[in-house]
Design a protein around this ligand. Structure first.
Ligand code: AMP
Ligand code: ZN
Length: 112
């Protein structure tokens, strides 16, 4: 499968790791949109949040268990934002579900 995040998980594409456990991997975004910008992914390939179901949702729960741990490691005690883009209209460019962690400043561009 031609998925760049699966290739990152296999070590075929380099990444700067910030966190890893049995289910979750997190790394620096290559094109940071905030002083701190991480990508958190499940180790299994799930296309987007639109493909979460009862058979795979445990992996997403594991992502959300990892997020506060990662945020603490990164010193984001003043807050941060978690974003997942879904599909064409959501602006998703990599079709392996991922959660952006953005922080390190008072974030602008609040949509909701
Ligand atoms: P999205 O637009 O929500 O699908 O987000 C995809 C994100 O992946 C973008 O913020 C990219 O900068 C990031 N990205 C793409 N390729 C890499 C890579 N090789 N290493 C780290 N981040 C990447
Ligand atoms: Zn993948």
């Amino acid at each position: 499968m031609d998925c760049i995040f699966c290739k990152i998980l296999k070590g075929e594409i380099p990444s700067k790791k910030v966190y890893e456990d049995e289910f979750v991997y997190a790394f620096y975004d290559i094109n940071p949109m905030a002083p701190v910008h991480m990508i958190v992914i499940p180790k299994v390939h799930i296309e987007s949040a639109n493909a979460i179901d009862a058979t795979n949702s445990m992996n997403i729960a594991k992502v959300f268990e990892a997020i506060p741990v990662i945020a603490r490691e990164l010193g984001l005690e003043d807050g941060y934002r978690v974003i997942t883009n879904i599909g064409e209209n959501g602006g998703q460019t990599v079709k392996h579900i991922h959660f952006h962690i953005l922080g390190g400043t008072k974030l602008a561009g609040k949509l909701v």
